[in-house]
Ligand binder design. Structure first.
Ligand SMILES: Nc1ncnc2c1ncn2[C@@H]1O[C@H](COP(=O)(O)OP(=O)(O)OP(=O)(O)O)[C@@H](O)[C@H]1O
Ligand SMILES: [Mg+2]
Length: 361
């Protein structure tokens, strides 16, 4: 059972939705896919099935983006999800692989220290020394396993991986094979295999993709939420999900505070107030939707445990303060200016202004 897990995988949390979609799905499925492309998109965007099963939205944004991503995975090109931090790249990649392969865990985390073995294969050294190179001594990478089983593999933060290690992917993606010279064999990918990579816009220039590798990917850019309403909807939904998973009590109408957090984040991110009238300076940190979600979740925990059970400005002020002020000197000045020139004069923001000033001193 998954009841006691801190964070079950998407395919565990949404097992019932996935099963209902599979039952209702009459469209053709690509080889080794658990669902048809339309059903995969429905799983991500949300819908209500004929049997009244509600499929909750996972990704809140344009359906078209998810359609392009899913269509790509049905071709021989891999998918690269690109975007600024907190635009749900990792989240979408997990749900796509859960819906398509029923398994989101064939995952390689890209870092500056990711070795080639993480992409290809390694060895069980005890066995290697005792028996010499053999199939049994081989330690499969998640990508190799995905090739064998015809599943979707995931590669996080592709552009943080050193270029020469990245290039180990070229043969995998173009020839769909992984040679094992030590054994004189290869693993040929089974139908259904593909790869979803994610990369952060901010890492551009760290280890840019070689043009040879770039050609093996279709890039889908995940945008920032188009409007404040959309961002409020994302934060509201994710805060509710997270709160339920963390067993935080449900608070009455946190909507006002959520809107306020989103407004602050959007204004500081864009450098302009929502009414378009006042320019504000932008702090150094990225004020992503993901951070707005954690500020509100943290606020709910504060309110539930130490407050009066209603989400109040004071409960979110400390969290916003921490999210905005990444550089103690320059960001503190920017935040103070914003409070004085924008927040102070707003109707209904007096409590928030006071709480935020309080967190500053
Ligand atoms: N459009 C959206 N729809 C649904 N959830 C969203 C959306 N945008 C952001 N989120 C939420 O934001 C959180 C962070 O997303 P995620 O970690 O996938 O971001 P990311 O793009 O991978 O960021 P990073 O570049 O920092 O790795 C998730 O909980 C996700 O649900
Ligand atoms: Mg990510």
């Amino acid at each position: 059972m998954t009841d006691n897990l801190l964070r079950p995988h998407a395919e565990q949390t949404f097992a019932a939705e996935l099963a209902a979609l599979a039952r209702a799905d009459t469209a053709a499925r690509p080889a080794n896919w658990n669902l048809s492309p339309t059903a995969v998109v429905d799983y991500l965007i949300g819908t209500t099935l004929d049997d009244a099963t509600v499929i909750t939205p996972k990704y809140i944004g344009p359906r078209r983006i998810i359609e392009v991503a899913v269509a790509t995975l049905a071709t021989d090109r891999a998918l690269l999800l690109l975007g600024v931090p907190g635009t749900a790249k990792t989240w979408v990649s997990e749900h796509l692989s859960a819906a398509i392969s029923g398994r989101s865990t064939l995952l390689v985390q890209g870092t500056a220290g990711t070795p080639e073995e993480a992409i290809r294969y390694g060895w069980n050294y005890a066995r290697l020394i005792a028996e010499g190179p053999s199939e049994a001594a081989l330690v499969s990478s998640p990508i190799m396993t995905a090739m064998r089983e015809g599943k979707i593999a995931r590669l996080e933060e592709l552009t943080r991986i050193p270029s020469d290690v990245q290039d180990a992917l070229i043969t995998v993606l173009s020839e769909k094979t992984l040679p094992i010279p030590e054994l004189g064999t290869e693993i040929q990918a089974t139908r259904g295999f593909n790869l979803i990579a994610t990369a952060n816009d901010r890492d551009r220039g760290v280890n840019d993709l070689s043009s040879a590798l770039r050609r093996r990917f279709n890039t889908v850019v995940l945008p920032l939420p188009a409007s404040a309403d959309e961002e409020v909807a994302i934060v509201t939904q994710r805060v509710a999900d997270l709160g339920a998973a963390l067993e935080l009590p449900e608070l009455p109408s946190p909507a006002d505070e959520i809107r306020r957090v989103v407004t602050v984040f959007r204004e500081l991110r864009s450098g302009l107030t929502e009414d378009g009238r006042t320019k504000v300076k932008q702090p150094s940190g990225t004020l992503s939707t993901a951070e707005a979600i954690s500020v509100v979740t943290q606020g709910i925990a504060m309110s539930a445990h130490f407050g009066d059970g209603v989400l109040r400005p004071a409960d979110v002020a400390a969290g916003i303060h921490g999210a905005v002020i990444k550089d103690p000197s320059s960001d503190a000045v920017i935040w103070t200016e914003y409070l004085e020139s924008v927040v102070r004069d707003r109707d209904d923001w007096a409590d928030f202004y006071r709480a935020a000033r309080g967190a500053l001193s």
